[in-house]
Ligand binder design. Structure first.
Ligand code: 4AD
Ligand code: MG
Length: 447
């Protein structure tokens, strides 16, 4: 940050400010006797110009992308409309190479061309092998920046709402979302798992801390490769005490809208969203609310088939493809509610007016589909025991969860939101893999 006006031209007043900048070469352009260097420090870029004898040195003539440099010179304000990132230019009178990057076959842009296409799976696998380098490109780094801002926005939103942050364990001995996606591990000789969701632990915090949330990793051994499934993802989860199902839905609307607002308050994040998703707009409240049974009718009406290729019937899981089609065609945020108990998790509370269905909700976003799964939880002791039985779960490892129903149970509910899916929606990413620093999915655990 520079205090005061910079020099604009020899004839105008302004201070001569000498600065030293360090960074990596983003771009080099030779024009006449001048060499323009865009020097990158993190995401910020400074235009530097080498003139006179400086531009004739061997180091100057061989500058290449990713070489790190120190440049010292005078900082000038450029006329408005000039094509320089900060509207400023560093007129160098000294520079030195801190560490040279290679050229030839090993050159940065040869290994990771800037115009890669992430929609081709072959190309994207090759690029993900080089994720440590592709991150230096503009879009990947902007996406990671927005990710940081969005995560911060969840914290801010919850601080404003007076919801307390907690940190549940990742190593657990209970499942939450079904046994088929558990990562098992040997814990000092005892079987245990990487957590699929912090939900059950959050529920135990209600009597001591009140409403709570966490942003933690969840792990799923997903045995399929899709655009929206990861093996390790970041899960924003909250649990709210003494609420009704409608209050849970209202809370989700409020949270999502407030996180969008807070994110757009950050100018760099707002610029990235505008660039990569020009049509992005905050969902308008109230969100469209649709019962599962009506979604089934809608799918039948459109002739969209289930996974077996038949018409959807009540009780069918709405698979990813059908869900995406529906969300994209309706083209607005949908809160899909009241799923049948048979296709949902064991802990979900039944609806008072229809015992076949649960007080459950998925929030669906155009371009992605499900980004949130939530529900009211069974809070009656006997009903929970019956639920373990139905699910074939051995109740013993859940003793701590069951105990909550013994000592002052309460109607309560919560949800989990996949941060990478939220980002895929806001930034119109082809896949959630683009929303991870180093994505983990079946077949990839490196770099
Ligand atoms: O719908 P899910 O499985 O719900 C739960 O885990 C609840 N226990 C959460 C809760 O109520 N506290 O997962 C919640 C969300 C999904 O809507 C999705 O956004 C994300 O987590 N998610 C995944 N994201 C990336 N890769 C995966 N394999 C994911 N599985 C779930
Ligand atoms: Mg779900």
């Amino acid at each position: 940050k520079i205090i005061g006006a910079l020099r604009k031209s020899d004839s105008e007043p302004g201070s001569a400010v000498r600065v030293s900048v360090q960074g990596r070469v983003q771009r080099v352009a030779k024009q006449g006797g001048l060499i323009f260097v865009w020097l990158r420090r993190g995401m910020a870029i400074m235009q530097c110009v080498l003139t006179g004898d400086l531009s004739k040195t061997y180091d100057a003539l061989t500058l290449i992308r990713e070489t790190s440099l120190e440049i010292i010179g005078e900082l000038w304000e450029l006329p408005p409309g000039t094509h320089a990132p900060l509207g400023r230019e560093l007129r160098a009178d000294f520079f030195r190479v801190i560490a040279a990057a290679p050229g030839g076959d090993d050159a940065f842009l040869t290994r990771v061309p800037a115009d890669f296409d992430t929609t081709s799976s072959q190309a994207s696998e090759a690029l993900l092998n080089l994720r440590h380098l592709t991150l230096r490109h503009e879009k990947p780094s902007a996406v990671m920046y927005v990710r940081g801002v969005v995560e911060g926005a969840f914290h801010t939103a919850y601080r404003k709402l007076g919801v307390t942050k907690v940190s549940p364990p990742a190593l657990v001995q209970t499942q939450v979302e079904g046994g088929s996606t558990l990562f098992k591990l040997d814990y000092y000789g005892q079987p245990s798992y990487l957590t699929q969701s912090s939900q059950l632990y959050l529920e135990t915090c209600l009597p001591s801390l009140g409403d709570v949330y966490c942003i933690e990793k969840s792990f799923r051994a997903e045995k399929s490769l899709t655009r929206r499934h990861l093996s390790e993802y970041t899960h924003v989860e909250a649990e709210l005490d003494f609420i009704t199902f409608d209050q849970l839905l209202d809370h989700l609307e409020e949270l999502i809208c407030s996180v969008v607002d807070l994110t757009l308050e950050d100018p760099i994040a707002a610029k990235a969203i505008k660039e990569y998703n020009p049509d992005f707009k905050k969902p308008s409240r109230p969100f469209k609310r649709m019962r599962y049974a009506d979604a089934i009718d809608w799918l039948r009406g459109k002739g969209i088939k289930n996974e077996e290729g038949n018409d959807h019937v009540f009780g069918d899981d709405i698979a990813e493809a059908a869900e995406r089609k529906m969300t994209d065609e309706i083209n607005e945020t949908i809160m899909l509610t009241h799923f049948p108990a048979g296709i949902k998790a064991f802990y979900m509370q039944r609806a008072a007016d229809d015992d076949r269905v649960t007080e459950s909700v998925d929030v669906l976003m155009p371009g992605v589909g499900e980004i949130v799964g939530g529900s009211m939880r069974i809070w009656d002791y006997e009903q929970l025991l019956a639920a373990y039985k139905r699910e074939g779960l051995e109740p013993a490892p859940y003793f701590w969860y069951t105990d909550q129903r013994k000592y002052g149970g309460s109607p309560h509910g919560g949800f989990g939101l996949g941060l990478e899916r939220f980002l895929a929606w806001m930034l119109k990413l082809w896949t959630v893999r683009e929303a991870c620093l180093y994505p983990r999915y079946m077949g990839r655990c490196t770099p």
